[in-house]
Design a binder for this molecule. Structure first.
Ligand code: ATP
Length: 242
């Protein structure tokens, strides 16, 4: 990891009313890595990802993505964002959903057709493209949302719990695909509370109660704490803070 970070958070805090949900988080994400955000439910992972995406604004501190202070509309177009709840149109077919989002991203004609084909192959849904979305299972909707986030070949991909509701075989396939996307130069930030997924990231941020409690590669975090597993390392850092 060298050179300028692709994402830089500096002393970022976020308040909702009087409640502080993110407190003084600073971290760098480098180009071409899969950066995991690991933490229990309510730790603040989604809030951080939304601020990086430019959907939400920090109360204090600054976030730069691709050397630009966020939120910024031009940079938002270079980001792919997959939210935790699927933003799909249930009454439209899968193809119509893909065409709708592709046109928002400015993809037209032959290029649009080609990208729709590629992303659907990727998530293994090509045979189900004519169905209305409301006939999809929860896992299929997640896969479709992932496909949509990839349509415009974003430089930065933000995935909020992408594999929830997805069976282990497909989960494995999706992680293999994420690694291929990463090797092609895309920077990926992924939130998870699944420890074995955390192991697949180049580096990890451990988040608890809105604070960054540790950051490093899975191997570094285990070594630093004398742990066999990421789960043990997480408990160590969490325990040490209290
Ligand atoms: N719009 C909001 N207004 C008030 N509080 C909010 C808002 N959004 C999030 N929060 C609070 O911020 C905290 C962090 O929530 P966040 O969704 O970021 O956690 P998370 O780590 O992503 O959890 P999960 O894994 O369950 O998605 C929670 O206490 C949540 O209730």
């Amino acid at each position: 990891m060298s050179g300028k970070p692709c994402i830089r958070m500096e002393h970022v805090s976020k308040r909702f009313g009087k409640k502080t949900v993110i407190e003084d988080v600073s971290l760098d994400v480098y180009g071409g890595e899969i950066f995991g955000m690991l933490g229990p439910s309510g730790a603040g992972k989604t809030t951080i990802v939304k601020m990086i995406a430019g959907i939400d604004e920090a109360t204090h501190g600054t976030i730069h993505v691709l050397n630009t202070k966020m939120p910024n509309l031009q940079v938002m177009k270079r980001i792919g964002f997959m939210a935790q709840s699927d933003a799909l149109y249930g009454e439209l077919t899968v193809l119509e959903n893909l065409q709708f989002f592709a046109s928002i991203y400015g993809l037209k004609g032959k290029k649009q057709k080609q990208r729709i084909h590629e992303v659907m192959e990727l998530v293994n849904l090509t045979d189900h493209i004519k169905k209305p979305v409301h006939q999809y299972s929860g896992g299929m909707k997640r896969r479709l949302s992932l496909a949509i986030s990839l349509l415009h070949e974003p430089e930065v991909l933000l995935l909020d719990e992408p594999t929830v509701g997805i069976d282990p075989v497909l989960r494995q396939a999706i992680w293999e695909e994420l690694d291929r996307i990463r090797q092609n130069g895309t920077t990926i930030v992924v939130t998870t509370h699944v420890m074995d997924e955390a192991e697949k990231c180049q580096r990890l941020a451990m988040i608890r109660d809105g604070r960054l409690i540790a950051v490093g590669s899975p191997a570094e975090l285990k070594k630093e704490t004398g742990s066999q597993t990421i789960e043990q390392a997480f408990l160590y850092f969490g325990g040490a803070r209290q």
